[in-house]
Write a protein that binds this ligand. Sequence first.
Ligand SMILES: *Cc1c(COP(=O)(O)O)cnc(C)c1O
Length: 517
Amino acid sequence: MMNRQGRPSTPGEASSGAVDTVLGHRGLDHEEALIFEQGQAGRSGVDLPEVPAVTSRLGNLARKGPIGLPGLSEPQVVRHYVRLSRRNYAIDMGLYPLGSCTMKHNPRLNEKLARLPGFADLHPLAPLSTTEGAVEVMGVLAHWLKVLTGMPAVALTPKAGAHGELCGIMAIRAAHVARGEGETRKRILVPESAHGTNPATAAYCGFTVDPVPATAEGRVDLAALKAKLGPDVAAIMLTNPNTCGLFERDIREIAEAVHGVGGYFYCDGANFNAIVGRVRPGDLGVDAMHINLHKTFSTPHGGGGPGAGPVVLSAALAPFAPLPWVVEKDGRFALVEDDKGQSFGRMAAFNGQMGMFSRALAYMMSHGADGLAQAASDAVLSANYIQARLSDVMTAAFDGPCMHEALFDDRFLKDTGVTTLDFAKAMIDEGYHPMTMYFPLVVHGAMLIEPTESESKESLDEFIAVMRRLAEAARAGEVDRFTGAPHYAPRRRLDETLAARKPVLRWTPPAPAQAAE
Ligand SMILES: *Cc1c(COP(=O)(O)O)cnc(C)c1O
């Protein structure tokens, strides 16, 4: 069955109590056609002067047909995009429990400072004489990152965590090449619980990925790791706290063992929010670590804006850092853009995500070192509160306290006919963006919940109440509530695999006969 807009209705729609509205709208949420379908030739929101007559010099490169922009009035366009924006869930709308993502509040102070014209209107090619203040901001940010991590150098340009991994592994590769071991060190050890970007980065840089198993308590199996060490090991990529939400207690021994065979220690720092201000990765033997400014340091995340993934480097890797970097002399700041030494090159055009640098530094300075440590403690407390309050109705994947995220498996759903996916969809009906599902892969039907420090106790309690009720409903056999979910979202169950594998990215106009109507 299709409704007016060709929106397929899903089985179970009636059982949700929803009526068939005249135009397919739901409450104040409008169902509407694509902007191209709404557009009409000749309609326009602006009144432009006639184009003067010119002799085209495009020759046969000239466009044959019209450009195909939809014609709409200004209010039509405004309404369309405002309606679309209301369908986009955001951290400003409610709790966003995605584990391993650190979706924390984006303080408005950051936004205010980043919008200062001296930062926001800067051109990357403007001469240093007019931009030294911005370079100083980069220098101060670099200083904070180095102090917080206990590392001597930082590359600011990588534009996301995954890009930072690429930067770190390229620095490691450059260091091995400089030692004449570029051809022999071909293996990178990656724990099974790692984020997919870790093995992807290693493979992209030409290394073989060798998985390291986890112990039954969710940490790296130290004995198995040691057994894999040898002269062909280039590095280990390890996340700490790991993606099971646990601190790797053996981390110093792991670092020593890897260094013992001449390898480097890449730490995936995506989970730095749990330890910032309390543990310095440099003290743990880390050689390179990316820091997701859009996670730990509160800059907007996902659809909210670009990321930034600066990489801190140990003394051994610092000489290979990518250009440019900031230097300070007698209180004056400058960028080193050219290097006669061992830098492996550049990660990006220009100098990195300036808008994220200013936001992250605003966050750091407004919190202060003590405030950052407090944020880490509160993030860990929030996660443990959730784990403790849900452990009688859901099944925690591992015993004992967690770090900044609480990890559950699907044992509590056994024989209920409800899967982790169904459970997540039912959360949408309850007003929550689902947690991270089926990751890490080492936990069956994983549900990874990271509340962060920015939720109040009241908001955590509401979330807990919903999760408790859903867990009880699953046990009580209320299966439709889950398998039919989401009942209240503008779209029901989508074929997400098909959408990912065969995305339809282009609107095709209807056949000419219809268009001529
Ligand atoms: C988010 C994340 C990454 C990748 O970071 P992006 O900024 O999304 O590229 C890598 N590892 C872990 C553990 C993460 O959570």
